[in-house]
Design a protein around this ligand. Sequence first.
Ligand code: ATP
Length: 286
Amino acid sequence: MSSITLKSPAKINLYLRVLNKRKDGFHNIETIFERINLFDTIKLKKNALNEIRFFCEHPDVPKNNSNLCFKAANLLKKEFSIDKGVDITLIKRIPVAAGLGGGSSNAAFVLMGLNNLWHLRLSKKILLRLAKELGSDVAFFVSQKSFAVGRGRGERIFCLSGIKPLWHILVVPYQRLSTPRVYHKLNLKLTKNKVNVNILIHALKKNSASLLSKLVMNDLEEAASKCLPGLLSIKEKLKGLGVRSPAISGSGSAIFSLVNSRKEAQLLIKRLKNKLAADFFAVKTY
Ligand code: ATP
């Protein structure tokens, strides 16, 4: 096997509560991740150069060694003294800096893909440890589960099972948001969410979209709106157009809403297109 091609999925956060700020500057959060069927494609091809080379044509993806694909491959090379090279080609479809975890997913799939391509035989436990070094959301994608609770910075993963797939519309404004900037604007005194994560998990297990819609929440919404004032007006417009409980994913700017079926998602998107400056996707739990 000299090359492999991988599908690298996005995520949304159905629930994101910020608990406190830590001494290291990060925040402790409690979140529910849902993996969705919106994918980047990653091709890993062995090269004879003992080098990591990265190729991507998307203008918003960094091409240098700050790219998370490069960082993941480099971490494996350093940690296990590997004298092999790889060409990584990324086809980016997940909107960048939208709270959809694209970079983290790419890092997770490069780790798992190179584990196979380079015959490293690393256990899930080791992959999870490496994932945590690369970023807060990487461990969720390494867990390869559809739903999970994330604690700590989001990297302590508790998998959830027995949940039926959900349908959503995803509305991604053309303006994007930087996660550190959003956390910088966060005023913890103003986050007064009272919904307990267990109530949401209960609603997920009951597969009740209407109950779930009432419970989705994100403590970063106010801070994200400070960074991107248009975000609130998009949310209000969506509500006015009949979209049920729109909420931001991660630190934004993507907004999602729960719907009952693919058909409902497609009809809703048809109605919303041309009314808002955004990209639209009908997505399902993956
Ligand atoms: P975060 O993990 O910070 O919450 P996000 O989910 O909002 O991020 P990403 O698409 O992962 O958004 O991009 C965040 C930033 O990471 C981008 O601005 C980009 O500069 C950088 N980045 C590094 N590697 C990648 C990658 N492979 N794909 C996308 N962005 C990347």
